[in-house]
Design a protein around this ligand. Structure first.
Ligand code: FE
Ligand code: FE
Ligand code: ZN
Length: 278
């Protein structure tokens, strides 16, 4: 069965997200742990989290993907900003322990003018400070489009981060189809070749989730503008090959397309219809 969901607003809590997911035909979902621009999280509502888990068991919603605020920068030059990223992510992970088995995705960071090497070291340092052996959440590095000084624009950079993380068994990768295409990986013309490259450099066992987005921009544009499925430069055929690929088809897929809930419901139904049950 295809595991697919979309990005949902977390403002009404976990149980509300679970119900919304089921309503639009999803069997998983992604959400921001707090305002995507950073800031304070809502008070911890353990009851809502417990009620959500009962609901999730009933409806087969596991695993869910939490997304860190995208303004956090684990490799900022300013150490106040790095401390803020560390404390925020540590707090998010502590909260997620109430829903064991979740995944937590973050943008590795932007090295600004320090260079990718220093960025990679700082991101690994950040992860070594927040990962613990007891953690029940898998932390995912997202593949980035390479806009500005983003770290994680290539499989090599992601591998270099993982190599420096002590508890790397707590880590995985979330592959964003818009980002990798914008980053220069030809998943339209050569999906098999890109996945082989991923496997050689990082290892496919590390791939834990897919952000399924079309892109407004051509291959290698380094832009990061998501488009609705089938309306961008990837196109429906390529997206259908992605959800059905033997190396990907068991993974959870998350839509981050510019849509309201109805639009998401339509895209989920389209992808479900295109999925070849084996
Ligand atoms: Fe993201
Ligand atoms: Fe993404
Ligand atoms: Zn993006």
């Amino acid at each position: 069965m295809l595991k697919i969901g979309c990005h949902l607003s977390s403002s009404k809590g976990y149980l509300a997200m679970g119900k919304e997911a089921v309503k639009i035909g999803a069997n998983t979902f992604q959400f921001f742990t707090r305002n995507p621009r950073g800031g304070k999280a809502k008070p911890l509502d353990v009851q809502d989290m417990a009620a959500y888990q009962d609901f999730a068991r009933e409806h087969g919603l596991f695993p869910i993907l939490a997304h860190a605020p995208y303004t956090l920068n684990a490799c900022a030059a300013d150490d106040g900003l790095r401390t803020f990223a560390r404390e925020t992510m540590a707090d998010d992970l502590a909260r997620l322990e109430h829903i064991p088995g979740s995944m937590y995705n973050f943008h590795p960071g932007s090295h600004v003018k320090q260079g990718a090497e220093i960025g990679i070291d700082l991101i690994a340092e950040h992860l070594n400070a927040i990962l613990t052996p007891e953690l029940h959440t898998t932390v995912l590095l997202e593949t980035m489009a390479g806009k500005g000084s983003e770290v994680g624009r290539s499989f090599e950079e992601l591998r270099a981060i993982l190599d420096r993380v002590e508890l790397s068994d707590k880590m995985g990768i979330c592959l964003d189809t818009c980002h990798v295409s914008d980053g220069g990986y030809d998943i339209v013309g050569n999906l098999g070749g890109v996945l082989d490259e991923f496997d050689q450099i990082i290892g496919l066992s590390k791939l834990k989730a897919i952000h399924l987005n079309d892109s407004m921009n051509p291959l290698g544009s380094h832009k990061d503008r998501h488009q609705k499925l089938g309306e961008g430069t990837l196109g429906m055929d390529a997206l259908e090959r992605i959800i059905n690929h033997p190396m990907l088809r068991e993974l959870p897929f998350y839509l981050e397309t510019p849509n309201d809930l109805e639009g998401y419901a339509r895209e989920i139904a389209l992808m479900k219809a295109a999925y070849k049950e084996s």
